[in-house]
Design a binder for this molecule. Sequence first.
Ligand code: DP6
Length: 341
Amino acid sequence: MPDPVQIFFDSVLPNKLPRPESYEAYSPSNIALAKYWGKRDQTLNLPLNSSLSISLGHLGSKTHVSSATDGVDGVWFDGDKLPNQSRFAQKVLAFADLFRRGQNLPLHIVTKNTIPTASGLASSASGFAALTRAISGAFKLALSDAQLSMISRFGSGSASRSIWHGFVCWDRGVRDDGTDCVARQLPHHWPGFRIAVIPVDTDLKSVPSSDGMRHTVATSPLFEAWPEHAEADCIRVEAAVLARDFTVLGETVEANALAMHATMLASRPVLNYLQPASWTCLETIWNARKAGIEAYATMDAGANIKVLFLETNRTQIETLFPQGLIIDPFADHTQECEFSK
Ligand code: DP6
């Protein structure tokens, strides 16, 4: 039985890679507004439903890839050389192996996050997207953004959306080989759109997303309803972005996140990422809405809360959440996006 992953990489890469050049790339982190939770194919990492995200501008990962002059693979993260047996280095090198396919091309891979560690925003999404861009650049591969996005998916599903800035939709596709499962950037800027990240717990998440998804799909009696609702939410969020309808967008985003967490909570045994302080933030947002302040929440596989609001409500949000990190996703981020050799 041919390996579908090998088939995919053989279809987009040349048989023989050249000696790598030094190359650096940046990719932004992203927050899903309509969530991806559940896979239709574990091997090809294909999602059960489409998802839509907003990239976080200058908050992301910068990765430098070069030929290992000492002939041995090496991985550095935020200034530290990691043991090659560490979980992080193993994931990074296994990903590089998908490109190398047995060829002896040792690499030095240096990654830095531009995300404050205390924000709890660090994710594999920007890391794998930047790694994909950096490896492709180092091997001088002429790949389209859509191909880079498809490759990033093999590192982490959400990384497929971090190839672009702004709003990005990752279409689930229907084909078994995943050739129609690809992300795309929505050509819509929304200059007043803001996100406040409220840190609740900035430690590494207890249950990695992949494991959490598998457990939810296998045991939650509510999961049956998720893919159809999630797909409808994704379509609704995209329409709200196009129409610049913040109310529809916010209501859908918050309901989508709560439905995902409700589905996780119904798993057996329970899968809970939220903490009492997360619920306190949610109450604050719900009360603010009753008082006429348009703010909506979303949460991923962790306890931190992200608040969506418009610049016109900035002062109120800063008062409610003085600890929040405010992100302007459409600010000029050309500096971080430059790809240098
Ligand atoms: C809750 O992309 O981390 O953030 O594909 O298994 O690596 P894998 O999962 P990952 O899952 C992200 C889950 C989420 C929702 C989202 O980003 O869409």
